[in-house]
Every structure is written in C-alpha cells, then in structure tokens.
Design a binder for this molecule. Structure first.
Ligand code: GLC
Length: 511
C-alpha cells in the first residue's frame, strides 16, 4: 500500500473520549488492543484540549494543554507512543473556527478596544441599541451576537455565546494557529480533523449582511476566503511535513464545492466530510441512495470520498438509517456495516456502532446533557410548542445518544461470539482489505428507484462485487440477475430470490 495514501483504503475509528471510558487518555490506551482487534488503521480523537466543556470540548480555552478530565501532556505522549507502536495513527480533532470564551485571547480582547488580541475575534458596534445585524444561528436558534459591556459592542459566535468566532482575516491570529498545529505535529500526531473549516471566513462587511430567513452559518459557509485560508494553512504547516492528514469538516457542501476542497491540485484538504446523507431522513431509501451515490466517483475529479454514518453529532446509526425495533437492531446493524464498508472511500466508524448501540429515550429536558438539545428545546418552547412533542423530537436527534458510556461488558460478550455484530464488523474489515474492487473500484448504483433495496456494484478490472441491502422490515423479492457467488450475508437464508428483513448479500463475480 502506498504509505502517502494510507487513508484512502483505511478505516478511521472515531472516539468521543468522555463516553469511551471514564479514564481519559489512559482509558483509551487500555482499549488500543480492542481498536486494533477491530481492524482500524487510525483513531480520530474528539477534542482533548483544555476546555470548560460547554460544547464537549469544541470550546477550547488552551490549545497547548490537555483537559484535566482526560489527563496530562505526558499521558498524551504515552498514548501516541503506544498507538504508534501498535501501528495506529492518531488524528486530533481541533476547533479553529472559534475558541472558548474562557480563552486568554478572548478574555483580553473583551477588556479593551486597544487589546492586542482585539482583532483575533469579530467585534462590531450595535445598531439601534441591538445586534449589528439580524443573523441567527441554525444551531442555537438564537442571535449570533452577544453584547460585551466593557467595550460596548458585540462579538460574533456562530455556535453558543461561549464560543466566540475567530477572525481569520488577522494575520497574527493565523500565525498563532500555525504554531498550535506545529506544536501537535511535533508531538507526532498523524493528522487533524479540522472542525467546521468551511466556515472560517466571514464576509468582511459582516455588519451589513442582513437576511430574512437564512441562518447565518449557511450564509457564509464556503466563502472564497475560506478556500484561500485553507490553502495558506496547507502551505504554511502541512506542506512542511510528510503525510499529515488534513480532514476537514465541511457540512453543507455541494459536489462542486467538495471537489474544490478535496482536489489535490487546489492544495486544500486531503479529505472532507460532507453531510448530505446525515442531514436527511435516513429512512427514505431512494433519497438516501441518491445522496450517498452522488459522491462515490469524485475520484474521477481528483478528490476522494469519505464516508461516515454515525458520529458524535448524530443519533445512533442503526436508528437513523434502519430501525428502532429491538428484534431487528443487530441484524440491521450488520446490514449497515456491509452497506457502508463496501462503498468507496475512507471509512469512519463511530465508536459503539460496531456494538449496535441504539438510541435511548429521555422523558424530560433535564435528562439531556447536550447543549444543542437544550438550546433547541427552549427556542421551540418559546415558539409555543408543547414540551412532550419537543422532547420526542429531541430523542431522535440529540447528540447524547452518541455520547453515552460505551457498554464494555457488551463488547466482551460480542468478542467471544462469532455471530455477533462486532464479529461481523471484524470480518468485513478484514475481507475488504484484500478486495481491490472495494478499495479502488468504480461504483455503479443499482436498484436506485427501489423503495427497499439499496444496491450497488464495485467494479475493478475483471472483478465485480455486488451489494444488495434490504433497508426495510419486509421480505423483498430479488431479481434473478447473475451477480456471481454470494460471499457474505448477515443471514443464513438459502433462498436466492428474496432478501429477508434488513438482509444484506454480497456477491462476487470474476471474469
Ligand atoms: C462541529 C462539531 C460539533 C460542534 C461544532 C462547534 O460541528 O462536530 O460537535 O458542536 O462543530 O464546534
């Protein structure tokens, strides 16, 4: 395998450390064997920097220290050494669009208009005793401006008011960012997941940008200057080193924009995360297939797809894309595993999806931890919605579902059971490594308009792998096309003309 491109064929395992174990980095060290056993190549570690943790670490108060709840810099050194010894790469998740309001830069910037840190953030005068413009965040459903009494003006924050946006137009700020990344590269990290990197550039005349209906974060994402800043970031930091992965979170991108970020020739990101399939009703099979398929062959245009179906920001994968019926959870989790991991691209598995973890039900707002769920709850309550209805909706989208403690007892049981979801993941991961069609093949969508079957083929030289996944709880009939030999399924169904509920079949034909 070409080492420069390890990530193209690799599996990245995403860890949200507060939910992974209760022992921080030491806990992750203790579980490296498990991650290795699963067959991952790399770990994406959600933020571990010092942080008040208002937004689970995506609010950094010091980029050079580790959050006490996870350990110390020396624990980090131990962790990276151990991971590398075991052949696992480490990708740090870093939020550089904003800091915490407890960051020294921000505290200083708030004190006076003359502060040297003033232009690290975006302050503007109010208009008519209120915010500089009418922007509202789609995430908090609140204005994106908060008043700062000491300087009698407002600062911009696209997320919570505890996360002031950084001003990437400041060259000094950009240099600070390069130093931070360099520091962690010197600590031997293998890459970064760059949080909301397509939102870093705001229009310079921001106070005059008004909008009636669109949320601010949609208005300015993918600004031309974000591309320019990313290019500079690559030149100033990443190009100086070999193989440090730039994985950018770029929600809301079109295919054309995605290619702009991911096309090598543009000198921007190595990989980007798009959210088409996450930002939709995952149970609409026809639309889901379209949403996933449109990204599959972007390698023809110099970029490379990345696929994830669960994350620290979403509900559990099995509930979102398949079922909430307990009797089907395991079988559906296996189906989704095969469906995802046979597609083209860098694959990201979210912790616990390999154990078929599913959503839990909360009955009251006090049971939620996620700040975004709380913001939505109070905004909707203000609009006059009834409490029970809001809680019901939140149960489906709350990020808490992804962030609860990993059930390690379940992992132990599953590890010893050849028929478990975990064993199925292991089997698929091991098998796909040896299949060039899975690694590099062209993807052709089949059964596009079928309401139940998600189908596709992966074609490389003379070999064709066909995947047929029944995304429904009904038995469905199969056409009798000659797809070749069936090599993997999540059922022992011998009838070749049907797919049982949530059945997946993988076929191989050579020649
Ligand atoms: C990204 C993160 C999310 C966080 C937000 C603000 O979307 O994935 O968890 O809340 O950025 O940093």
């Amino acid at each position: 395998m070409n080492n420069t491109n390890w990530y193209k064929t690799g599996i990245i395992y995403e860890i949200y450390p507060a939910g992974f174990t209760q022992e921080g980095l030491q806990g992750v060290i203790n579980k490296l064997d498990y991650i290795k056993m699963l067959g991952a190549d790399a770990i994406w570690l959600c933020p571990i920097f010092k942080s008040p943790f208002v937004d689970s670490g995506y609010d950094v108060s010091d980029y050079y220290s580790i959050n006490e709840r996870f350990g110390t810099i020396s624990d980090f050194d131990k962790f990276i050494k151990k991971a590398h010894d075991m052949g696992l790469k480490i990708i740090l998740d870093i939020a550089l669009n904003h800091t915490s309001n407890k960051h020294y830069w921000f505290k200083e910037a708030c004190k006076s208009k003359d502060s040297v840190y003033r232009d690290y953030y975006i302050f503007r005068d109010g208009k008519n005793e209120t915010c500089p413009n009418n922007w509202v965040s789609s995430k908090t459903l609140k204005p994106t401006w908060t008043y700062n009494e000491a300087t009698n003006d407002y600062y911009l924050h696209i997320y919570t008011k505890y996360q002031p946006d950084l001003n990437w137009r400041s060259e000094r700020l950009r240099n600070e960012i390069y130093d931070i990344l360099e520091f962690w590269i010197q600590k031997n990290v293998d890459g970064f997941r760059l949080d909301v990197i397509n939102k870093i550039a705001k229009p310079s005349n921001i106070e005059n940008v008004e909008s009636d209906e669109v949320y601010a974060d949609y208005l300015y994402e993918n600004h031309d200057d974000s591309h320019r800043f990313i290019q500079e970031l690559r030149q100033r930091v990443f190009d100086k080193h070999e193989c440090i992965l730039m994985l950018g979170q770029t929600s809301g991108v079109s295919v054309v924009e995605g290619i702009q970020y991911g096309n090598k020739a543009n000198g921007e990101l190595d990989l980007f995360l798009q959210f088409d399939h996450m930002d939709m009703d995952g149970r609409n099979k026809v639309k889901l297939q379209q949403a996933i398929m449109k990204w599959q062959n972007i390698d023809c245009m110099g970029a490379w797809p990345t696929l994830f179906m669960g994350s620290h920001d979403s509900s559990r994968m099995v509930n979102k894309f398949a079922t909430s019926h307990k009797e089907y959870i395991d079988i559906a989790a296996k189906m989704l595993c095969a469906l995802q991991l046979c597609l083209k691209g860098t694959q990201i598995i979210y912790m616990g999806d390999e154990l078929a973890i599913f959503n839990q039900k909360n009955n009251h707002i006090d049971e939620f931890d996620d700040i975004r769920s709380k913001d939505i709850y109070y905004a909707k309550l203000k609009e006059g919605n009834c409490k029970e209805k809001i809680v019901k909706e939140l149960n489906y989208i709350t990020r808490d579902n992804a962030r609860r403690q990993m059930p390690w007892e379940k992992a132990v049981v599953m590890q010893d059971d050849n028929n478990s979801v975990l064993s199925f993941y292991k089997k698929i991961i091991e098998w796909r490594r040896g299949e060039e069609a899975i690694m590099y093949g062209r993807t052709v969508s089949i059964h596009d308009s079928d309401e139940n079957i998600f189908g596709y083929q992966r074609i490389f030289e003379d070999s064709i792998i066909t995947v047929l996944a029944n995304m429904s709880d009904k038995e469905v009939e199969l056409d009798n096309q000659a797809y070749g030999r069936e090599i993997i399924s999540n059922y022992k169904n011998k009838n070749n003309y049907t797919l049982l509920p949530y059945q997946v079949r993988i076929y191989k034909r050579v020649g």
